[in-house]
Design a protein around this ligand. Sequence first.
Ligand SMILES: [Zn+2]
Length: 165
Amino acid sequence: MTDAIPTTYRGIRYRSRLEARWAAFFRFLQMYAVYEPIDLDGWIPDFSVGGALVEVKPCLTEDDFVEHELRYADYAPGRDIILVGVSPVVLGGEKFGRLRPKSNGKRWRYASLRYCPEFKCRRWGFTPYPVSRCDLGHTVLRACAPDLEASWARACTETQWRKQR
Ligand SMILES: [Zn+2]
């Protein structure tokens, strides 16, 4: 694997272009991601998004995800951990990434992105696939692959490598 290319996006310098892409993607969905929010013992999560810790890895296959799941299994008990790969659709369809729910510290599941349209919520969040309710019990809409792809395409364009002037 080649070295990551540090990429600046909206004033923050990310360690890799993949991280910058995810930052742009979360921004388009108004998910308010904080970059490298906390230093844990042995792990600095890439983002926190709505209380979940998000780790970005260049995962292309299910096997890649499983390899990283083992590594992060024991970190941050009591927090949702989301592992994402090279795009929000790399696992196919609505499968956004892998999620280790805070309530069940060892068992990783597929994650999907959902939107709660209720007035109190009106926001995006992660949900273990195929749970279909938000934390307040409202029925939620799941992001479909074409929507995820469209937002990702926009994120890629905004963070495209440009020669430094
Ligand atoms: Zn809700």
